[in-house]
Ligand binder design. Structure first.
Ligand SMILES: NC(=O)C1=CN([C@@H]2O[C@H](COP(=O)(O)OP(=O)(O)OC[C@H]3O[C@@H](n4cnc5c(N)ncnc54)[C@H](O)[C@@H]3O)[C@@H](O)[C@H]2O)C=CC1
Ligand SMILES: O=C(O)C1=NCCCC1
Length: 312
């Protein structure tokens, strides 16, 4: 008889996950994914038309590691000023042999941290070594997790943040401990920036190639629907485009599909050494988010939870 599933709250997940171990596991998982060692269909999305959103189903099986997992994530195109969350997620970890549920855990922190950690891996692989200026477009949940991991992993001389209102950019600045320059326009934020993170909910391009410094690295995290955009055609066509999943990007990314840009490689290909990292060129990492990222994060949370809760 299987043990009943454990429930792990948002607060507990937060106390159990650290970027250092998470990033190591995610890097290995991206490599495995691109070597074909992970069963992970492209996310199934169910439209929630009445609420202007989608339910995404993200099942994943890593046979070699005995990890079976699925995330249920609802994401919405919220009206400006809405106080409702734009993403809500739950992660379910299963026993692949018995099919029983081992753990049900909050997916908010996992989604925030694993997405930011994968963007940081993209920057580690693709930004110029002398990178000094980071620009973050957007000031929501992902902006905060990206700020946290980028400032933990790298030593930028300046971090700039842009939001559509000055108030929001200033509020973000006051919510973090390190120095931040709030910017009133995207152009001001990205001018001369070496690394640009786009974490907005916008559905039309907000970042234009004409403003991007040649050789900069862009981690594009929002716009995860085939008709949503964050980046313009000029940037998509000038840059060398990397993704988490080629199949995911060519199915779900408006920036890739509508610009007609070619996907050069998956991050896992670079990690596996089968495709080069073009640090000297302008690069875009188009992130869609993958079930395998949630699976290894949930397994890490569960391992830590068991260690903490085991009898002495
Ligand atoms: N690639 C991935 O793995 C993941 C992607 N996402 C996506 O990342 C984006 C950000 O997510 P969260 O930070 O959780 O959302 P959030 O709602 O906490 O923050 C969104 C930010 O975008 C800004 N924004 C909204 N509409 C805008 C517009 N038209 N133009 C410019 N800025 C606008 C908001 O003011 C806010 O600063 C969303 O599009 C979400 O779907 C979320 C989770 C994972
Ligand atoms: O991977 C995820 O989780 C998400 N990706 C895009 C939309 C929101 C959630």
């Amino acid at each position: 008889m299987a043990d009943p599933p454990v429930t792990i709250s948002e607060h507990e997940v937060e106390s159990l996950l650290q970027y250092s171990e998470l990033t190591t596991r995610l890097e290995k998982a991206l490599g495995k994914f691109s070597r074909g060692e992970v069963v992970q269909p492209v996310r199934t999305t169910v439209p929630l038309q009445k609420h202007n959103g989608f339910l995404g189903l993200m099942p994943t099986y890593i046979e070699h590691d005995g990890v079976l997992c699925t995330k249920l994530v609802c994401f919405y195109k919220r009206e400006d000023g809405s106080t409702l969350p734009s993403t809500r997620a739950t992660v379910v970890l299963l026993d692949p042999e018995y099919g029983s549920v081992k753990a049900v855990m909050d997916g908010e922190v996992i989604t925030g941290m694993r997405t930011a950690a994968v963007s940081a891996i993209s920057a580690k692989l693709l930004m110029r070594p002398e990178a000094e200026v980071l620009a973050i477009l957007g000031t929501g949940k992902q902006a905060l997790s990206h700020y946290n991991v980028f400032t933990e992993m790298f030593s930028f001389k300046e971090v700039r943040v842009w939001s559509r209102t000055k108030d929001r950019a200033e509020k973000f600045m006051h919510s973090v401990t390190g120095p931040v320059t709030p910017c009133v326009s995207v152009e001001e934020a990205v001018k001369g920036a070496d690394v640009i993170v786009t974490v907005t909910r916008c559905t039309e391009p907000v970042l234009f190639g004409q403003w991007v410094k040649p050789g900069a690295h862009v981690a594009a995290v929002g716009a995860c629907r085939p008709n949503w955009r964050e980046l313009d055609d000029v940037l998509m066509k000038e840059a060398v485009v990397y993704t988490d999943s080629r199949q995911g990007a060519t199915t779900e990314s408006g920036d890739v599909i509508l610009s007609g840009a070619e996907v050069f490689a998956e991050l896992g290909d670079v990690i596996n050494g089968t495709k080069p990292a073009h640090r000297e060129k302008t690069t875009v990492f188009k992130s869609l988010g993958m079930g395998v990222e949630d699976a290894v994060s949930a397994e890490l949370v569960f391992d830590q939870w068991k260690a903490k809760n085991s009898q002495p």
